[in-house]
Design a binder for this molecule. Structure first.
Ligand SMILES: *[C@@H]1O[C@H](CO)[C@@H](O)[C@H](O)[C@H]1NC(C)=O
Ligand SMILES: *[C@@H]1O[C@H](CO)[C@@H](O)[C@H](O)[C@H]1NC(C)=O
Ligand SMILES: *[C@@H]1O[C@H](CO)[C@@H](O)[C@H](O)[C@H]1NC(C)=O
Ligand SMILES: *[C@@H]1O[C@H](CO)[C@@H](O)[C@H](O)[C@H]1NC(C)=O
Ligand SMILES: *[C@@H]1O[C@H](CO)[C@@H](O)[C@H](O)[C@H]1NC(C)=O
Ligand SMILES: *[C@@H]1O[C@H](CO)[C@@H](O)[C@H](O)[C@H]1NC(C)=O
Ligand SMILES: *[C@@H]1O[C@H](CO)[C@@H](O)[C@H](O)[C@H]1NC(C)=O
Ligand SMILES: *[C@@H]1O[C@H](CO)[C@@H](O)[C@H](O)[C@H]1NC(C)=O
Ligand SMILES: *[C@@H]1O[C@H](CO)[C@@H](O)[C@H](O)[C@H]1NC(C)=O
Length: 541
C-alpha cells in the first residue's frame, strides 16, 4: 500500500460540484470590498455567537512558520492527519495557490513571500450543531461563499475557495454502532471506522485510506470502495443524514422524511446540499479477506502496454469472489521503465485461494519479455485490518482527471486498454496513472438492497456498467514555472482525455470526487441523466 498511499488513488473527499458552480457564480458572492461584505463588527459578533470558535485562516506554509521552531517537519508536512486539523491546509498544496488570481497569489513551503491564494479568510472550528447553524445563517444572510472541510482528504483539495467562509467539521467525531447500522459524525476518519468496526464485529463500506471521512464528501460523491463489487458504493449503503441546509435548519434526511434530498445526498455531488452533521450507513458482519500486493517492473512503454492488456484480459478472473482491486502505474520519466502495482481485496478468500485466482495473470505476466517480479505479498485476516491505513501521505502538487470505463470495453477489446495506456505514457508529461477496477457494483445490483438503492440514489448510472475508474494526471515540484504548471493543469482536458475517449467513449461519466475541476460539461460528466432532477432539488434547498 506504500505505492497507493503516495499516489492519486486513495484521495477522495471533495466538493467539486460546489466549486464548479461557485466558480461560475463567483461574481455574485460578496468578497472583501463588496458593499454587502460583513464589517469587522459583524465578524466579531459571529465570533461571540460561536464562543470564540471563528479563526482566521492561512495557507499551510504560513501556518508552519507559526509553530515552535518556525517550521513544519517533513513528517508533519506530508501527514494528512496533521493537515486535517489545520483549516487552511489542503492535502494537495496546489489547491491552496491562487494561480488564476490576477496577479497570481502563492504561498510555497520555505518561500520568502506568502499570498492568501485560494485559502479562505475565516473558518469556523465547529464543535456543535448550533455552531454550524450560526455559520450557515451568517453566510446566507451576507451572501458569502461557503467551503466545507471535514478532514480535507480530497484528491483535488477542493475543501477551499477564495474569500469564502470555511466550515470545518473535523471535531464531529461521534461514532456508534447499533444493530446493522453505524452512525458517524462528518469528521470521523475511515481509520476510526475500521478500528471501531473491528471492535464491534462489523464492516462498513469505506475507502482504503486513513483520513477520508465517510460522512463527508465521500458519500455525497458516490463513495467508491474496494468492497463496492461485493457490497455496493458508499451511497448505496447510506440510510440517513443529519444536515444543516442553507436556511440554517437542521434536517434528519431519509427515504421517508425527505426522499428528494436523500436521493441527492447519495451520490449527487459533494458539498452541494448543506453541511452534513452525521451519516448513518448499513454495516455488515465483519469477515476475513485476503489482501494482496503484486509489484511488477516493466522495461519500457511497449512492455507496459502488453502488461496492461494482459491485466485487462484477466480482469474478470476475480469476479467469482467479488474482488475489488486497484492498479497503479508509476513511471520513471527518464528511463520509461514503470512499476505496476496490483492491489486486490478478496472477501472470504484464503491466501492460497487468492494466489490460485491470481496465478493465471501472474504467470502470464512473468512470461512477457521485459516484465519482472519485484515483490508479492498476501495477507489473510479481518477485512477491517486490510482496509485500515494509519495516515495518508500528502503535501505535494498534483492534478488529475477521471473517466469510468465500461466493462464491455474490457470484454470486447482488452488490447485497446493497453494501447491507451501506452499513448498516455508516451504523451509526455504523465507522471502518475492510477486506476481502480472495482466500481461496477454489478453483483450488488442483483441483490434486494440494490434495487432500492438504485431507485433512490443520484449515483451516475455509468458506475453500474463500469469495470474501471481511470485516473490520470501530473505532478510538479515547487520549482516549476507558472507556465509549466498551467500546462500540467490542462493536461487532462487537452492531452489525456482525447486518448482515454478511445476506450471510454465520448460521453463517459467521471467519479466526481476525483475528477478534473476543469471539466467543461461537468453537468453531464459528473451527474449524467440525474442533473436535471438534482438541479430542481437544489432550487428547493
Ligand atoms: C474569536 O474569539 C477568540 C476568543 O475570544 C479569539 O481568540 C479569536 O482571535 C477570535 N477570532 C477572530 C477571527 O477574531
Ligand atoms: C523546507 O525546509 C524543511 C526544513 O525546514 C526541509 O526539510 C524541506 O525539505 C524544505 N522543503 C522545500 C520544498 O524546500
Ligand atoms: C455527540 O454525542 C454526544 C453524546 O451523545 C452528544 O451530546 C453530541 O450532541 C453529539 N454531537 C453531535 C455533533 O452530534
Ligand atoms: C529512474 O531511473 C534512473 C536510472 O535507473 C534512476 O537513477 C532514477 O533514480 C530513477 N528515478 C526515479 C524517480 O525513480
Ligand atoms: C462472507 O461470508 C459470510 C459467511 O458465509 C457471508 O455471510 C458474507 O455475506 C460473505 N461476505 C462477502 C462480502 O462475500
Ligand atoms: C503458474 O506457475 C507456477 C510455477 O511455474 C506453476 O506451478 C503453476 O501451475 C502455474 N499456474 C498457472 C495457473 O498457470
Ligand atoms: C522494450 O523491451 C522489450 C523487452 O526487453 C524489448 O524486446 C523491446 O525491444 C523494447 N522496446 C523498445 C521500444 O525499446
Ligand atoms: C479470520 O482470520 C483470523 C486471523 O487469521 C483467524 O484467527 C480467524 O479465525 C478467522 N476467522 C474466520 C471466521 O475465518
Ligand atoms: C521515453 O519515451 C518517450 C516518448 O515515447 C521517448 O521520446 C523517449 O525517447 C523515451 N526515452 C527513453 C530513455 O527511451
Amino acid at each position: 500500500m506504500k505505492f497507493l498511499a503516495c499516489s492519486l488513488v486513495p484521495l477522495l473527499f471533495a466538493s467539486l460540484a460546489h466549486s464548479q458552480e461557485a466558480a461560475s457564480k463567483a461574481t455574485c458572492r460578496n468578497v472583501p470590498g463588496s458593499p454587502g461584505y460583513p464589517s469587522a463588527a459583524k465578524w466579531d459578533a459571529l465570533n461571540v455567537t460561536l464562543s470564540g470558535r471563528l479563526v482566521t485562516v492561512v495557507p499551510s506554509a504560513k501556518f508552519c512558520t507559526t509553530l515552535p521552531g518556525g517550521a513544519c517537519t517533513d513528517d508533519q508536512w506530508e501527514s494528512a492527519l496533521f493537515r486535517s486539523t489545520i483549516p487552511g491546509a489542503m492535502d494537495l498544496v496546489n489547491w491552496e495557490q491562487g494561480y488564476d488570481l490576477r496577479p497570481p497569489s502563492l504561498c510555497l513551503r520555505n518561500g520568502t513571500t506568502c499570498g492568501q491564494g485560494d485559502v479562505p479568510l475565516y473558518a469556523v472550528e465547529a464543535e456543535t450543531v448550533a455552531d454550524i447553524r450560526a455559520a450557515v445563517k451568517f453566510s446566507s444572510a451576507h451572501n458569502l461563499r461557503v467551503a466545507v472541510k471535514s478532514s480535507g482528504h480530497d484528491l483535488l483539495g477542493r475543501s477551499t475557495a477564495p474569500s469564502s467562509l470555511l466550515i470545518h467539521t473535523h471535531k464531529f467525531q461521534n461514532i456508534s454502532f447499533v444493530g446493522s447500522t453505524m452512525t458517524v459524525g462528518s469528521g470521523v476518519y475511515a481509520k476510526t471506522v475500521y478500528e471501531q468496526g473491528k471492535a464491534n464485529g462489523k464492516i462498513a463500506v469505506g475507502p482504503a485510506a486513513a483520513t477520508v471521512c465517510l460522512g463527508g464528501g465521500w458519500v455525497q460523491g458516490a463513495g467508491h470502495s474496494a468492497l463496492s463489487p461485493a457490497l455496493g458504493l458508499g451511497a448505496d449503503n447510506a440510510l440517513e443524514f443529519e444536515i444543516v441546509v442553507a436556511s440554517g435548519e437542521l434536517l434528519k434526511v431519509n427515504q421517508k422524511s425527505h426522499p428528494d434530498l436523500f436521493y441527492a445526498l447519495r451520490g449527487g455531488g459533494a458539498g452541494s446540499w448543506g453541511v452534513i452533521i452525521s451519516a448513518t450507513f448499513h454495516v455488515y458482519p465483519t469477515f476475513n479477506a485476503t489482501s494482496s500486493a503484486i509489484v511488477l517492473a516493466t522495461e519500457n512503454n511497449t512492455v507496459l502496454a502488453s502488461l496492461v492488456t494482459l491485466h485487462a484480459e484477466h480482469v474478470f478472473d476475480w469476479d467469482s469472489v467479488n474482488a475489488g482491486h486497484y492498479i497503479d502505474i508509476i513511471r520513471n520519466a527518464s528511463t520509461n521503465a514503470s512499476i505496476f502495482v496490483l492491489n486486490t481485496y478478496m472477501p472470504n478468500t484464503t491466501a492460497s485461494q487468492s494466489k490460485t485466482l491470481l496465478a493465471p495473470f501472474l504467470n502470464a505476466s512473468l512470461a512477457l519479455p521485459g516484465v519482472s517480479l519485484l515483490s508479492q505479498d498476501f495477507t489473510y485476516g479481518n477485512i477491517n485490518d486490510a482496509l485500515f491505513q494509519d495516515d495518508d501521505s500528502v503535501g505535494f502538487n498534483a492534478v488529475s482527471g477521471s473517466r469510468l470505463i465500461p466493462a464491455a470495453t474490457y470484454r470486447d477489446s482488452p488490447s485497446a486498454v493497453g494501447e491507451v495506456f501506452k499513448k498516455l505514457l508516451e504523451s509526455g508529461e504523465t507522471e502518475i496513472l492510477g486506476l481502480m477496477v472495482a466500481g461496477g457494483s454489478n453483483q450488488f445490483l442483483c441483490g434486494k438492497v440494490a434495487e432500492n438503492a438504485h431507485i433512490s440514489s443520484a449515483v451516475h448510472p455509468a458506475w453500474r456498467t463500469a469495470k474501471m475508474h481511470l485516473l490520470s494526471g501530473g505532478t510538479w515540484d515547487d520549482s516549476a514555472s507558472l507556465a509549466e504548471i498551467d500546462q500540467i493543469r490542462h493536461l487532462f482536458q487537452k492531452v489525456h482525455l482525447p486518448i482515454i475517449e478511445e476506450i471510454a467513449g465520448p460521453n463517459a461519466g467521471a467519479y466526481s470526487n476525483e475528477a478534473d475541476v476543469l471539466e467543461p460539461n461537468f453537468q453531464t460528466t459528473f451527474f449524467g441523466p440525474n442533473y436535471g432532477k438534482l438541479s430542481a432539488i437544489k432550487e428547493q434547498v
